[in-house]
Write a protein that binds this ligand. Sequence first.
Ligand code: NAD
Length: 428
Amino acid sequence: MSSNTNVFEMAQRQFDGVADLLKLDPSVREFLRWPLREYHFRIPVRMDDGTIRVFQGFRVQHNDVRGPAKGGIRFHPAETIDTVRALATWMTWKCAVADIPLGGGKGGVIVDPATLSGAEKERLVRGYIQQIWKNIGPRQDVPAPDVGTNPQMMGWMMDEYSKLVGQYTPGVITGKPVGGGGSLGRTEATGYGVIINVREALKYLGLDSSQCTGALQGFGNVSQHAAIGFVEMLKGKVICVSYWDREDRCSYTVSKSDGIDPHFLISITDQYGTIDKAKAKAAGYAVEDGDAWISKDVDVLMPCALEGQLNADSIHKVSKKVRIIAEGANGPTTPEADAVIRERGIFDIPDFLCNAGGVTVSYFEGVQNDMNFYWSKEEVLSKLDEKMTVAFHAVLDMSLNEKVYMRDAAYMVAISRVVKAMQLRGWI
Ligand code: NAD
């Protein structure tokens, strides 16, 4: 069994555990364990040298009972149908826990986008839409960017779809560039959403955020805005961030015991999230090894880079001082580490709640596209705050009422909402 097969089996196992807690009917379980629909297709692309290359593409719609399927399109050389199925399943739970009227979907192409020229990428994304356009749309399935795809590629996809259906249809896709149908606030949304969750968790634990410290893994889109939010919204101190150094091919932790200045660090960070460590050192920052962020004596640990970072080995390095783990990344905690976090009583904000700010503002983008009327950044971020705060408290209430851990509570909230919509629509 490949490791990718395991990803979907893992998603199914997580679901089975909560289905037991919820005592779900066997037929409902069987239905929700699998995607509703999936499309496999081949995309011929003319390369710059005149030859034709054929790429394998997928789109999976796990569930659309609460609204159109929603989820990114990933371009990756190791993409498989099982990865796409797992990610589509998790999108169903993420949209449900955030209580946005969307379902779960995901797409992928087996390709290393770094090997393509700009023109080849454009022909590939247009080719993707030519294969799938009849099965997506603002009322069917709304894709977005993911690993290996970006706002410009979403702009090309929206253009191709609009040409095929014969009318401007910005709502077919989200994550478009601002000025090309995108929403203000989308860039900040995931990181700010992490901090709104942290703010509510600190209040619940009775901790004064201005006296709290944090450590972040990563310094890309999510982490940069989480760092700004921690310092500016919570008035707390971020002691360190870590990053992957593309030149040295290893990771580093950049720290300052009296608190980093996120804006300064962003000014010396490239578009891939690599910090210029010479400039950081010159400004008085310490540059330590890449794992140092995990063992810092902080109140809040925020893994915002990669999956599997809190695992059977690393979890034992987490300081006794840590009160909250806020999972900004997707899947940063392995089941072994999860068991230790439960045992130690650390307050965990699970990934699909913690990082749901991104998909929430994607939903706002679709709403603005439908209205053809665009909100200010302040309006977007204030609506985000309201949605995330309500989502956090729905999960916390479930956790307290049912005496379950936050991750189980988040699954219980999400799955119950999907099952309820299935009942209301007469599917079950
Ligand atoms: P990004 O590519 O912008 O940044 C990733 C950062 O992680 C970079 O600073 C990189 O240097 C760092 N990094 C990579 N490997 C590392 C390592 N071994 N050690 C330390 N740092 C390392 O990515 P992003 O958009 O910020 O996404 C981060 C995570 O959040 C991913 O798991 C992603 O799936 C998840 N996520 C992102 C969004 C979003 O809106 N961007 C939404 C939901 C979830």
